[in-house]
Design a protein around this ligand. Structure first.
Ligand code: ADP
Ligand code: ZN
Length: 761
């Protein structure tokens, strides 16, 4: 072996097998170290990667001339050693390249901050209120849909919106676009300290068990299982407090959407120090500054969404995963890591406790608790004598549905309950997990349904927003189902975002028999306006809330009580602690049950429990669940707050099919524009897997499929699915690695590997 200090191995954010070797120019010798981001030549281009070995060995077939590293980017930035080692495990376990994993664990991507030298503009929070021409508004709307809270240089914005520089200049003058610097948060100011409540017995018991483990320096996973509002957060705060007092740091993960200023403020009040808040919509500059403060120990507590699991907190003392069952912890693209599982791995390497909090634990975690792998700690009541809200099931169908469609699916019971809250000055929160106006467009004559030409996705009907403000009395008399005026609606694919003209006659049979069926939040909003004229209604879904900043603006309206009726998708189901909400109405509890996925019922149950938990956080609350399936176990048991009965019932099904948590899965999705090609390749890969599965050293896992994925086509690519199922994950991964070494796929074909998939769509 010939080793020299002049060579560095660099991992790129590409699905390569391994890092590439480069020479280190003298001028850079002192700056290069493992974890640095560097620019390197790759073919005719340049690309940013991360140094993963230095000094490195000359590659064995190293006859060709190595090219030099060009420069160090984002100077001063480095990926911490502990995080680096954790990332190796991520790449190994989730079967991606080290570069792909590092691009996520770096928390800033492989980015070069010199890129930021140009002035960055983003949409102002209140851009909708500006006086604009039709064209200007079009451009602003388009930008709001593509940008969210991100900022870009003006020329880039012009390209995105296909607009002239002059027009964008006008938007800057109208304060629709603002310089990023101006939008940065005000200098940090601490809120006044809170008063620490006396713990009640269950909290104290839980805290004691976890603390004892922490003080011993043990790794341990603690499932803190408590209904919404049972005081879990108070336990987190005490644990963090104890760790901080010993000079340690703390990490708390929450679902992205639950990361409200309210949550952060609660931490700052208690600890009287700056809390690092990490979420996906920070700008790169904000991310790199935060990263640096965390690494240097200036910030000792981090609250963040999924990728914050990689926060380089030195001397980490405790990890908290709030709402551990939340599906947003799983990343939907490579690397398809689960932040909870990465956090458990991190805690085990550091020998510290990790707390998983939930009212409805994931089946995986609850199963681990039953098996004794996790310590099960329960909080069974709400503090201060608050009871769980009463839940009433309102069966829909028959008389109810025909009587109310024009009122946006409000049953008389729900309508009365809302009226009652309006009269009392209390807030109502209405939940429907479907956005848009109607769910699909169908021909009554031949049953044709409008689908996206690129994706196997049914198109949703949206009303144009300006149509709402006009005098649309005609609308109000319409009954369900009905054709819509073509100029007031459009069809939209919720996967690719493409819009289509709303048509009147069926493209298949030619009849003018198209009707808009089903109800989305937009339609419910209309119904509410008609039923409660003058009420302040706030709708929160992806169409009204583009990003974090818009969400926080809406959140303030909820908190202040300005919003009397809050209507939304799952955006409002999580984490909101609103004391004025005394009524929760679920417009249609069945929505998630028919998604063709093995977790559909588990998701529906836990979402219903979450939503119900928004009621009565300070006063007695009431929950109404409207449903066409009043006897469905997920709905019945959610109404009784009975997690364990639901778990037992649902596990019977899982045992039959041996799906998680009974066994583990690796899901392979092959996709290609050509259907026969992807079918052939899937068959070829499956037969290699089956042949190898007979080998003694690879025996164990079962190979299922191939078959078409439930969503057969996405982004114009046909999708085939193979599942590898086994008692443990490692043998399946070994089998897959062996198969991939033999399999030669055409370059047009894409293979996505999902270890421990959260959904199988
Ligand atoms: P969870 O995290 O389980 O939703 P929280 O910790 O947010 O529950 O507690 C719900 C409410 O009860 C909060 O307003 C909190 O301040 C209050 N609370 C928590 N623990 C106690 C306690 N021991 N005594 C009094 N009030 C408490
Ligand atoms: Zn589409």
């Amino acid at each position: 072996m010939n080793s020299t200090p002049r060579i560095a191995a660099v991992a790129l954010n590409r699905p390569f097998d391994g890092p590439l070797s480069y020479t280190v120019p003298d001028a850079l010798a002192n700056e290069i170290m493992v974890g640095r981001l560097v620019e390197v030549p790759l073919g005719p281009q340049k690309e940013i990667g991360c140094v993963v070995e230095y000094p490195a060995t000359i590659p064995e077939h190293g006859n060709f001339r190595l090219r030099p590293i060009v420069r160090v980017v984002s100077p001063g930035y480095v990926i911490d050693r502990e995080i680096f080692e954790l990332t190796r495990w991520v790449a190994e376990y989730y079967m991606c390249s080290l570069g792909e994993a590092l691009a996520v664990s770096s928390m800033i991507g492989f980015s070069d901050l010199a890129w930021k030298a140009r002035a960055q503009y983003r949409l102002a929070n209140d851009w909708r209120s500006a006086e604009l021409t039709k064209r200007q508004r079009e451009v602003a709307t388009l930008l709001s849909e593509t940008l969210f809270a991100e900022s870009r240089p003006l020329p880039v914005l012009a390209k995105i919106a296909n607009a002239t520089a002059a027009l964008l200049k006008k938007l800057v003058d109208a304060k629709v676009l603002e310089l990023e610097a101006e939008a940065l948060p005000a200098p940090f100011a601490l809120p006044p300290p809170d008063v620490m409540p006396e713990l009640f017995e269950e909290q104290r018991a839980a805290l004691q068990v976890i603390e004892a483990s922490r003080v011993r320096g043990d790794f341990g996973v603690f499932l803190l299982h408590g209904v919404t509002g049972s005081g879990k957060t108070e336990v987190y705060l005490r644990l963090i407090d104890a760790a901080l007092k010993e000079g340690r740091t703390a990490l708390c993960l929450v679902p992205e959407i639950a990361l409200t200023p309210q949550t952060v403020e609660r931490f700052e009040r208690r600890f009287q120090q700056e809390v690092g808040v990490f979420h996906s919509q920070l700008s790169r500059r904000e991310k790199i500054l935060l990263h640096e403060k965390i690494r240097r120990g200036v910030i000792r507590i981090v609250i963040g969404a999924r990728s914050a699991v990689f926060s380089p907190l030195p001397k980490l003392g405790v990890i908290i995963i709030d709402e551990e069952h939340d599906s947003s912890y799983k990343q939907g693209e490579t690397p398809r890591y689960h932040a909870r599982d990465v956090a458990i791995m991190r805690a085990s390497r550091l020998k510290i406790p990790i707390v998983l909090g939930s009212a409805t634990p994931s089946f995986e975690s609850f199963d681990n608790a039953l098996k004794g792998k996790f310590t099960h700690l329960k909080l069974t009541t709400r503090p201060a004598g608050l009871r769980m809200p009463d839940v009433r099931i309102v069966p829909m169908g028959g008389a109810t549905v025909t009587a109310t469609p024009e009122a946006g699916m409000l049953s008389p019971q729900l309508r009365d309950a809302i009226a009652d809250r309006l009269a009392k000055g209390e807030q109502s929160l209405l939940f429907l997990n479907r956005r848009g106006f109607s769910n699909f467009l169908m021909c009554q004559s031949c049953k044709w349904v409008a689908r996206c030409p690129n994706d196997d996705i049914v198109l949703t009907i949206h009303r144009k927003s300006q149509a709402r403000s006009g005098g649309d009395s005609e609308w109000q008399l319409d009954i369900f189902p009905r054709p819509l005026p073509t100029d007031e609606a459009f069809l939209k694919c919720h996967f690719c975002g493409q819009r289509h003209v709303y048509i009147r006659s069926c493209p298949k049979c030619g009849e003018e028999a198209l009707v808009a069926l089903g109800t989305g939040t937009q339609r419910v909003e209309e119904g509410l306006h008609r039923a409660f004229p003058g009420a302040n209604i706030l709708r929160l879904d992806q169409d009204t809330i583009g990003g974090r900043r818009a969400f926080i603006a809406a959140w303030q309206k909820m908190l202040s009580g300005e919003a009397q009726i809050i209507l939304g998708t799952q955006m409002i189901a999580k984490g909101l602690h609103l004391e004025r909400v005394t009524l929760v109405g679920v417009i249609l509890a069945d929505v998630g049950l028919f998604i063709p996925d093995f977790r559909a019922e588990e998701r529906t149950f836990s979402l219903l429990m979450q939503v119900a938990g928004r009621a009565g956080r300070a006063n007695m609350g009431e929950v109404l669940l409207q449903t066409y399936l009043p006897h469905h176990p997920a709905i019945q048991l959610a109404s009784q707050h009975n997690y364990e009965a639901f778990f037992d019932a649902e596990m019977k099904r899982r045992r039959k099919v041996r799906f998680p948590p009974v066994e583990r899965l690796i899901a392979l999705t092959l996709s290609d524009e050509n259907l026969p090609r992807v079918q052939n390749e899937a068959r070829a890969l499956a037969s290699i897997l089956r042949r190898l599965e007979n080998r003694d050293d690879l025996h164990g896992p079962a190979v299922l499929g191939p078959q078409a994925a439930p969503i057969e086509k996405l982004a114009a690519r046909h999708r085939q699915r193979i599942l590898i199922r086994g008692k443990q994950a490692a043998p399946g991964a070994r089998l897959l690695r062996a198969a991939l070494a033999e399999w030669k796929a055409p370059s047009s074909l894409n293979l996505a590997i999902d270890v421990d998939p959260q959904d199988l769509l």
